[in-house]
Write a protein that binds this ligand. Structure first.
Ligand code: PLP
Length: 433
């Protein structure tokens, strides 16, 4: 069986064009063979090619180049046996679009080929991916160890919503490994973090945290929204489950809300719960039209991301010289305290989010009100450059004490860099200060 499989791969390798490898990859149930196939795919095709040329699950009747939008809910089966096989999970065929849809599944398949994950599940938002993942991992009376620096809604999910169901969260400084070791106990279900925290821009050592998690046989769950999953390999750093707000980079310029759970297969009970319970019982699967847009976003992600990163570095360096700004904070600056760790973990790029600090909250409001080109808006990695004052918006509903504990400062403005010509954006900053 294995020999036949390897022979098949060899045959594909001898062919000039080898997207067929992805078919083998898709169908393979054994994880070590899948890993092997993934490595081969990545040797033969670079990621931007995979992002475009992953073959459809079935050939299209009209030879469509883009995966069509299957705006259908239900699917007819050839006979009762096949129908039963599909409903009972013995074959992977769509039966109902709340849990599987060909357009959504195609996006999942691409992300699977790009990351080498065991299973990828596309959800209706980043928060759906995060809540679906956490609910699949926790149980009444158990706890989560998480960073005290988190996106506001994730923080609220862990400190407000889950406690109502008997799940507590031990918030700690994930850059202090001794504190993490003390926080993890026999009832801990996972360690959860964001790879670059928003808006504090803190980076934790994923490999060290994975070691702690794995010593307790629990997964390390990382929200990797800040840097596209095409830029680095979270699994190699020890991450077991990636959660992503695809609303950000993938959607292709804020076209749609979406989320993704990228599961590397180390925790089979998690995979079962996410699929059999979350998708079926909670119903937050991505819709086909969104998957269509995000699939297009994935196809041109590399081009957009490269330019956005270049823009970020250019803008940040210009702002450092500008009077009226107390500090410019970006993980991609060589004098940033997390620069080396971030380079080691995430590669050459550090995303397109940075913050500036001004003298006071009043100065921040004045600056934001004066902006003419930069948009006063939330969201990250839009095509437009965006500015927001996190303390009074995303973190506005929290108390002063909570904001202080999360290091969300009144003097901080978060910037998400877009695709515009940065000289125009620099001019806007200058006139607004
Ligand atoms: N995770 C991070 C790091 C975010 O910044 C956000 C939103 O800003 C989310 C998750 C939530 O994503 P969504 O808005 O797609 O639900």
């Amino acid at each position: 069986m294995v020999r036949k499989y390897l022979r098949n791969i060899q045959k594909m390798l001898n062919q000039k064009h080898s997207p067929q490898l992805l078919y083998i990859y898709k169908g393979e149930k054994k994880s070590y063979l899948r890993t092997f196939a993934h490595e081969l795919i990545n040797k033969i095709m670079k990621k931007p090619t995979i992002a475009i040329d992953t073959p459809f699950q079935k050939s299209d009747a009209y030879g469509a180049l883009s995966m069509p939008v299957y705006h259908t809910l239900a699917y007819e089966f050839a006979d009762a046996d096949v129908m039963s096989d599909a409903f009972c999970g013995r074959i992977e065929e769509p039966d109902y679009s709340r849990v599987m849809n060909p357009t959504v599944n195609y996006l999942e398949l691409k992300v699977k080929a790009l990351t080498g994950a065991d299973r990828v599940t596309a959800m209706s938002s980043g928060m759906a991916a995060i809540s679906g993942t956490l609910i699949s991992l926790v149980e009444q009376g158990k706890n989560v160890v998480a960073s005290r620096h988190m996106f506001g809604n994730t923080y609220s999910l862990l400190t407000k919503t889950l406690p109502r169901f008997g799940v507590t969260t031990h918030l700690c400084d994930l850059t202090n490994l001794d504190e993490v070791r003390r926080a993890v106990d026999a009832d801990t279900c996972c360690i959860f973090l964001e790879i670059i925290t928003n808006p504090q821009l803190e980076v934790a050592d994923l490999t060290a945290l994975a070691e702690i998690a794995h010593a307790h046989n629990i997964p390390l769950v990382a929200d990797t929204t800040a840097i596209p999953f095409t830029e680095f390999c979270a699994h190699e750093l020890g991450v077991d489950i990636e959660v992503v707000s695809t609303t950000k980079y993938l959607s292709g310029g804020a076209t749609s809300l979406g989320g993704m759970v990228i599961d590397y297969g180390g925790f089979p009970e998690f995979a079962r719960r996410l699929h059999d319970e979350m998708l079926f019982n909670l119903g937050a699967y991505m819709t086909p039209h969104v998957a269509y847009m995000q699939n297009l976003g994935l196809e041109n992600l590399r081009a957009r991301y490269d330019l956005q990163v270049r823009n970020t570095v250019y803008l940040v360096n210009a702002l450092r010289q500008m009077e009226g700004i107390k500090s410019v904070n970006y993980v991609g600056l060589p004098d940033n305290p997390y620069y080396e760790l971030a380079q080691r973990q995430f590669g050459k790029t550090a995303g397109c989010m940075f913050t500036i600090d001004l003298e006071s909250k009043e100065a921040c409001f004045r600056f934001i009100n004066n902006l003419k080109l930069v948009r006063r808006a939330t969201n990250l990695f839009d095509n437009r450059t965006l500015a927001i004052h996190p303390a009074s918006t995303i973190f506005g509903p929290f108390s002063d004490e909570q904001r202080a504990a999360m290091d969300v400062l009144d003097t901080t403005i978060r910037i998400s860099v877009g695709l515009e010509d940065m000289d125009d954006i620099i001019e806007d900053f200058r006139q607004a200060l």
